[in-house]
Design a protein around this ligand. Structure first.
Ligand code: PEP
Length: 245
């Protein structure tokens, strides 16, 4: 059985007070949840305070990005050991906004994935096609390359730290959700690309305008193992409703 994960990607929103307040408000709303993993991914300046606030609870804290070197002259970057030292246990890698605005590629995604694994961080690797690629019938070709290159050179014992998020770019922040059938079709395709001996264990999350109103039907699909939620993860009550779909 794959344990579902509901992950909130806060992107570049909130200040420190709002971030800590969010955790304080979410804690009592989800304290009875044990059958799914709850994850928040705040902006990096708030990781330590949110992790401290959530310490000992069922709320995990993850980063939205990391760099692949452990340390060095890389101004502005944050490494996996740094994330671990402030209480992070997860990292999102290769979000489409990172690919679009910060020139991330499948090759850099792969380097970041290996850095996360080396330091025992759970990695949520994002893949997804643009609207143009979908309309040209290239969805499966695009996803296949993102998976093959982004998840290259993994050894069998690395896979337990790997989570995949299918996030069609045209559904992120647009209010336009993939239908459960569209999402399931791609999730099943992704699972088919994974090594046979691990495919059944890997969690594949859907992301793209997940809301309290649509999460249940998405989660009913056999290959959808959770959600990566942007906008609707910013308020404790709507995020709690998604967690308790
Ligand atoms: C995301 O940030 O990964 C995302 C899916 O955003 P939204 O839920 O707002 O579409």
């Amino acid at each position: 059985m794959r344990k579902p994960i509901i992950a909130g990607n806060w992107k570049m929103y909130k200040d420190l007070t709002e971030a800590v307040d969010f955790v304080q408000k979410l804690l009592p709303l989800v304290s009875d949840v044990s059958d799914r993993t709850i994850l928040i991914c705040p902006p990096s300046p708030f990781l330590k305070d949110t992790a401290d606030e959530a310490c000992g609870s069922n709320i995990m804290v993850g980063a939205q990005n990391l760099y692949w070197e452990d340390e060095g002259a890389f101004t502005g970057e944050i490494s996996a050991p740094m994330l671990k030292s402030v209480g992070c246990t997860y990292a999102i890698i290769g979000h489409s906004e990172r690919r679009q605005y910060f020139c991330e590629t499948d090759e850099t995604v792969n380097k970041k994935l290996h850095a996360a694994i080396k330091h025992n961080l759970n990695a949520i690797v994002c893949v997804g096609e643009t609207l143009e690629q979908r309309e040209k019938g290239e969805t499966f070709k695009v996803i296949e390359k993102q998976i093959k290159v982004g998840l290259d050179k993994l050894e069998i014992d690395h896979w337990s730290l790997v989570i995949i998020a299918y996030e069609p770019v045209w559904a992120i922040g647009t209010g336009r959700t993939a239908t459960p059938e569209q999402a399931q079709e791609v999730h099943a395709f992704i699972r088919g690309l994974l090594p046979k001996n691990v495919a059944g264990e890997i969690r594949i999350l859907y992301g793209g305008s997940v809301k309290p109103e649509n999460v249940k039907e998405l989660m009913a699909k056999p290959d959808i193992d959770g959600g990566l939620v942007g906008g609707a993860s910013l308020k404790p009550d709507s995020f709690a409703k998604i967690i308790k779909y």
